[in-house]
Write a protein of this length. Structure first.
Length: 170
């Protein structure tokens, strides 16, 4: 459920103190903006299943959740709205007490190039049980994460076949 639509930088902890949710592809490739610092330090040895949620520590007390909702290439966004909804409802069921903000999934360069249905994806966000703020970045504003950040290591993955698994020691 989208509580508020806010303009700004989702990475700013002063205006968006909660967890960050973004869409991602099955190979963690061609990531832009927020996802790039996280994906460049992860080697994918096997394609990640559609409908999985990969979680990283973004900053102390704050997580970044990648919803694996599309593939790279033409028609890669088929059913992305269903995967987004499924992933959001998982977060609601397992971790619904946290605060969440989400980006406009499918509206970035990869989504535009590969045919994402932004309207269907936003409907999936709006009808999900998870309460979140939709953060829209003004066109003139660059989304960024400090490039000097230490390597980010995913600590948890969830998928519909194997459930939730820790993938590193805390």
């Amino acid at each position: 459920m989208i509580r508020n639509i806010i303009s700004g930088d989702i990475t700013d902890p002063n205006t968006h103190p909660g967890d960050i949710i973004i869409g991602m592809n099955t190979k963690l490739g061609e990531a832009s903006a927020i996802g790039r610092p996280f994906t460049r330090t992860v080697t994918v040895v096997k394609q990640i299943d559609m409908g999985s949620v990969l979680s990283f520590e973004f900053s102390p007390g704050r997580l970044l959740h990648m919803l694996i909702c599309h593939r790279i290439g033409r028609s890669g966004w088929v059913d992305a709205d269903k995967y987004v909804r499924y992933c959001l409802d998982y977060l609601w069921q397992q971790h619904g007490e946290r605060l969440y903000s989400i980006v406009q999934i499918g509206k970035g360069p990869v989504g535009q190039r590969d045919g994402a249905d932004v309207s269907a994806i936003r409907t999936a966000m709006a009808t999900s049980w998870l309460e979140m703020d939709l953060v829209i970045r003004p066109d003139s504003q660059e989304a960024h994460v400090a490039t000097a950040a230490p390597p980010m290591v995913p600590f948890r993955i969830w998928d519909m076949h194997r459930g939730e698994r820790e993938i590193r020691a805390h």
